[in-house]
Ligand binder design. Structure first.
Ligand SMILES: [Zn+2]
Length: 167
């Protein structure tokens, strides 16, 4: 999947979580930002990815240690990220936002032909029975679809709150 699709899906998941959990508008934005950021973090192992190019020393190090698209695309990485954020005393709500971001990434990559090593260090590639090509028409239309669904969710929430407010 392209970075665009990953971010669009991260924003969608983040919006849903933010509507359910945020207490105010700044927390609302921070949740979506966190989920969106972590929805592309797993691709730091691709040196040629958007993010990988910016932080290439880290991405090359990860690739040398673990190989391409392995450790960062696994349950192990989700747990590692959670522990790291917990140690850094990040608020629980943002730790969950990060977890949802990474999980959304894994979910989408499981739709691609190469799949992901979900149960790393077990090297078995896990993927869904139906799959789409990265950069293909479905990949690109997914990004658009996710953005439209996000707008719909936000619109729906605004309408509901307004009705509640008018009553
Ligand atoms: Zn990926």
């Amino acid at each position: 999947m392209t970075g665009k699709t990953h971010i669009a899906f991260g924003v969608l998941i983040g919006t849903q979580y933010a509507i359910a959990q945020s207490q105010n508008i700044s927390q609302f934005a921070a949740i979506i930002g966190t989920t969106a950021l972590f929805s592309i973090i797993p691709d730091i192992c691709h040196a040629r990815s958007k993010l990988g190019r910016k932080i290439w020393p880290i991405s090359i190090l990860i690739r040398l240690l673990f190989g391409h698209r392995t450790v960062t695309h696994s349950i192990f990485f989700v747990i590692l990220t959670s522990i790291l954020l917990y140690v850094l005393q990040v608020e629980m709500i943002y730790i969950f936002s990060a977890i949802f971001g990474v999980l959304s990434h894994l979910f989408l990559d499981m739709l691609t032909p190469s799949g992901v090593t979900l149960f790393f260090p077990w090297q078995k590639k896990i993927r869904f029975p139906f799959k789409f090509k990265t950069g293909g028409i479905i990949d690109l239309s997914l990004a658009t679809t996710f953005s439209i669904v996000t707008m719909y969710i936000v619109y729906n929430e605004i309408v509901h709150r307004t009705i509640f407010w008018i009553k």
